[in-house]
Design a protein around this ligand. Structure first.
Ligand code: NAP
Length: 203
């Protein structure tokens, strides 16, 4: 069985915080690789404006090139429609017949897991790797971990990931203001943003 992690997200753009949780999961959980998978349409964010999916995918691929064990995945973009994680995992099982999948996610996504499409089935069947940020919704997170373990016998690994206070929103705002983002995103991602004029204020 190949142990494969999946880190899904809008990745608008992908940043060093995402890379830090993917690489921590890779090392701490002994994963063979982590797929960085941009969503086509995140179910809770349908209608929200995001950068073009090919730009988000290309940036993810640039970031993956700089980090061993990480790979960009177009699975949800190719699958189309709304990106329900349950369906994504079913699709991946067809491609990686000998794969065991671990879904990596942060606190906000984790807390809402029970309300996802087929969330209860996901919690009973998929191992989750939870990235944390000390002080951030800590008590809510602990309650959710306990509840999911008791109700669904959920397999949850809590990561000891480095904390990077970076958000995609901050990066987009900095680009719009002409400020540097070189400390916040991998080099190839910064170059891609500049080259394609992403996140600039429209005149
Ligand atoms: P996102 O906002 O783009 O973020 C991607 C992940 O990175 C999140 O888990 C987020 O944690 C984490 N993250 C961002 N910045 C971080 C930092 N500085 N340090 C540590 N962690 C950081 O993604 P999303 O919209 O929450 O979606 C995550 C995945 O869940 C996607 O694959 C999406 O399709 C899936 N999802 C599925 C359903 C469904 O099937 N019904 C519903 C919702 C989401 P936080 O969660 O803490 O922000």
């Amino acid at each position: 069985m190949h142990k494969i992690g999946i880190l899904g997200g809008s990745f608008d753009p992908i940043h060093c915080g995402h890379i830090a949780i993917a690489t921590s999961a890779l090392e701490e959980c002994g994963l063979e690789k982590v797929l960085l998978m941009p969503t086509k349409n995140q179910p809770f964010k349908v209608g929200k404006h995001v950068a073009d999916e090919m730009d988000r995918l290309n940036m993810v691929k640039k970031a993956a090139e700089e980090n061993d064990g990480l790979l960009g995945s177009s699975c949800e973009i190719d699958y189309g429609g709304i990106s329900y994680t349950y369906n994504t995992l079913k699709e991946l099982e067809k491609t990686y017949k000998d794969g065991k999948f671990y879904f990596i996610l942060g606190t906000d996504a984790f807390i809402s897991l029970e309300t996802w499409y087929m969330g209860k089935e996901l919690l009973s069947s998929t191992p989750f790797i939870l990235a944390v940020r000390p002080g951030y919704k800590e008590s809510e997170r602990k309650v959710a971990v306990e509840k999911y373990r008791q109700k669904y016998n959920a397999d949850i690994t809590v990561l000891n990931n480095p904390i990077l206070y970076i958000s995609s929103t901050e990066i987009r705002e900095r680009v719009e203001k002409g400020e540097s983002i070189s400390e916040l995103v991998p080099k190839g991602v910064e170059e891609y943003i500049v080259e394609h004029g992403l996140y600039k204020k429209e005149n």
